[in-house]
Design a binder for this molecule. Structure first.
Ligand SMILES: Cc1ncc(COP(=O)(O)O)c(C=O)c1O
Length: 350
């Protein structure tokens, strides 16, 4: 653990533990690009099983999982339906337009979660004028929605409606294990009726690299085409995927600890004069809105906390995001609380 700071910026900030690194000494590896890395193949089988899918492919990042899935499911000129808060909208550099030539119909949501009715409302009936609506994208949990978990019946209703309309459904499951641990609902239940879904290893699971994209055999065959095209085919990935297997064995059940710490932060911030609203914490993400009468922006508050060696993310002008993970313990939460208490002086100085 990095003891010099309390880094709540993201759960992507974890460093591989000694045990994780030691787990890959002597690991069996081979040329992944040719499907010849046994450890990578083992990981892919395990993740496909977790999602209840036929097949899977290892990729360097979650963004590449999303972009490859979009490329497989669509043709240039097609339209995607998703929430405005989706990672594919706010953090993937417009890749879906550049790489797949698709357009997007975004849904304004409260916490990144939409309804089956939104899909049928935005679906365009085939005509010689309109783009083909082709794909619906869900994000479990919703990052910008403050780690909100899609209720099972809602995500299934969305997928069923999409399927009835002849659309494909893709899940950005970067943090789907956080949802599963928080609710006790299996990943395969959340992913049922999806055509593709993926899991990040670099977030709550604490690995340095990697994500696994799952789907049908045909989907994964096509995904390999784009993996090579986008430069995501690798070589001796066993040293990476061995760590992912280690994380599946050792870092899943403990996610509830991250959720408990996020709850502790929520409880503290809810009583702080600095914030007018803290979104209800469901998993490991805390999103808090700075009160208008405090007179500081999210950037100013982030910088103040940063000077106290506590890292958080400023989201827009008035929101702070804090994420708990493997490398922040109770002492780090104490330091966050102390730094926030000190920040209350910013208000009194107005
Ligand atoms: C919901 C969500 N999707 C996708 C990604 C992208 O993953 P990566 O950083 O591995 O590209 C992230 C990263 O934080 C995310 O939070």
């Amino acid at each position: 653990m990095n003891i010099s700071s309390a880094d709540f910026y993201s759960d992507t900030q974890t460093l591989p533990s000694r045990a994780m690194l030691e787990s890959v000494v002597g690991v069996r590896t081979g040329d992944e690009r040719h499907g010849a890395c046994p450890t990578t193949n083992q990981l892919c089988e395990r993740v496909a099983d977790l999602f209840g899918m036929e097949d899977a492919v290892f990729l360097p990042s979650g963004s590449m999982c999303n972009q490859i899935a979009i490329a497989v499911h669509t043709r240039p000129g097609d339209e995607i339906i998703c929430s405005r808060e989706s990672h594919i909208i706010f953090a993937e550099c417009g890749g879906l337009a550049k790489l797949s030539g698709v357009m997007v119909s975004v849904i304004d949501t409260d916490r990144g979660i939409f309804a089956a009715g939104d899909v049928s409302r935005l679906y365009r009936r085939p005509s010689s004028f309109s783009p083909h609506t082709r794909l619906v994208v869900t994000e479990q949990t919703s990052n910008l929605g403050g780690g909100a978990v899609w209720p099972l019946d809602q995500i299934q209703a969305v997928s069923r409606t999409a399927a009835d309309l002849g659309l494909s459904v893709h899940m950005d499951g970067a943090r789907v294990l956080n949802a599963a641990v928080a609710t006790g609902i299996s990943v395969s239940d959340y992913a049922s009726m999806h055509d593709s879904a993926w899991l990040a290893f670099t977030k709550g699971l604490g690995c340095p690299v990697g994500a696994v994209l799952t789907g049908s055999r045909d989907f994964i065959r096509e995904a390999w085409h784009f993996k090579r095209m986008f430069g995501g085919a690798m070589r001796q990935t066993g040293v990476l995927t061995g760590m992912c297997l280690y994380a599946l064995d050792h870092h899943v059940e403990r996610l509830f600890e991250d959720h408990a710490r996020a709850k502790r932060i929520e409880a503290f911030l809810s009583g702080s004069e600095l914030f007018s609203r803290v979104l209800p914490v469901e998993t490991n993400i805390v999103l808090a809105e700075i009160s208008g009468d405090v007179g500081v922006t999210a950037q100013q508050l982030r910088d103040f906390l940063g000077e106290k060696n506590v890292q958080v993310m400023a989201v827009g002008r008035d929101r702070l995001r804090m994420i708990t993970h493997l490398d922040v313990d109770d002492v780090a939460v104490d330091r966050l609380v102390d730094a926030m208490e000190a920040a209350e002086s910013l208000k009194h100085n107005q």
